[in-house]
Design a protein around this ligand. Structure first.
Ligand code: PMV
Length: 329
């Protein structure tokens, strides 16, 4: 009863921030993301009858702070498999953890894939998407590769791949500005925003239009329109964060310097735009021919520690252990 899986984090171009229901972890709005091939989580799950509780070893260290979400996901998997054995989960990220690089998205996608395989469940079962969402609202998106859409429906959420990585080759260059974790988690921060930001309702009210336009620009491979829209959507989310009480300022001076560098490049005709999540790292998305010039500009921005680059990645996969895949999936 042991299996391993790999998943990549993802970054939303049209983001979600806020929940419509906290218990089931349902997002208030849909989102459109790209899966980041340059960063990776590898997770091994072993169900072992000698254990008296579930254990998570994250990057070599026991991590009791994640116990609630971990047990909730494992319980849902065990219920599906009609099993009661506890698990030891060992997970490793090759990038900074809990620092706005979606380590929880790749972490819970890999956990669910590996856990399902270890329990002999169908690793393409759509119910796994809902189980991943218990761990992190953006984790279902990391179950797929390329460009991904997550939407609300009456029963919860649906998630699907829109484009394969090869359908629209894009490059992502992450400017790492700190290796440290963030002071306020996304889950706590977005709930505080819902309760206190005077702009929260406007964010929700204007969101469907952003998502519709984002879908259209992806369908038409319209990079320049997508660039303007994605930056605007990102800035709207950060306006809500900044006007939360107490304020959520995830940017550092280096983040802002990188934003200026990207906007300056685009004003000179370089096909690139930025996006930023709940942390100070900046992600630059560009067409492949611009990757070199974008990397050089970010590398020379004072405060940038290092760059992580890559194309769009694949969805979560089982790499070791038993695997059952339904024929029609
Ligand atoms: O559900 P979480 O904790 O993965 O929150 C994701 C929040 C943002 O990254 C800021 C936006 C998004 O849609 O990914």
């Amino acid at each position: 009863m042991r299996a391993s899986a790999i998943a990549h984090p993802n970054v939303a171009l049209i983001k979600y921030w806020g929940k419509r229901e906290t218990a089931a972890n349902l997002p208030a709005v849909g989102s459109l993301s790209i899966t980041l091939g340059g960063l990776k989580t590898e997770t091994t799950v072993e169900f072992d009858s000698s254990l008296s509780q579930d254990i998570l070893i994250l990057n070599g260290q026991e991590t009791p702070s994640e116990q609630g979400r971990l047990v909730a996901c494992l319980d849902a998997l065990r219920a599906l498999a009609d099993e009661s054995v506890h698990a030891r989960v060992e997970s490793r990220n090759d990038f900074p953890t809990g620092a706005g690089l979606a380590s929880s998205a790749s972490g819970y996608a890999a956990l669910v894939k590996a856990g399902a395989a270890a329990l002999g469940l169908d690793s393409n079962d759509a119910q796994l998407l809902d189980i991943a969402r218990i761990g992190s609202g953006s984790a279902p998106r990391s179950m797929f590769g390329g460009i991904v859409l997550l939407q609300n429906d009456d029963n919860g959420t649906t998630c699907e791949q829109l484009l394969d990585p090869a359908d629209w080759p894009l490059e992502v260059i992450v400017a790492v500005t700190t290796e440290a974790g963030k002071p306020v988690t996304s889950r706590d921060g977005m709930e505080q925003s819902r309760l206190t930001s005077p702009y929260y309702q406007q964010w929700i009210a204007t969101h469907a239009n952003d998502l519709d336009r984002g879908l259209e620009f992806v369908r038409n491979r319209n990079f320049s329109e997508l660039a303007e829209l994605a930056e605007h959507n990102c800035l709207k989310m950060h306006s809500v964060m900044l006007t939360t009480k107490p304020a959520l300022m995830y940017w550092s001076p280096t983040t802002v310097a990188c934003m200026h560098a990207v906007v300056e490049l685009r004003s000179r005709g370089v096909p690139v735009f930025y996006t930023i999540d709940a942390g100070p790292q900046l992600k630059a998305i560009c067409l492949p021919e611009a990757a070199q010039i974008v990397s050089a500009a970010l590398e020379n921005t004072p405060g940038v520690l290092r760059l992580i680059s890559g194309g769009l990645g694949a969805g979560a996969v089982v790499v070791n252990g038993p695997q059952r895949v339904s024929a029609d999936a």
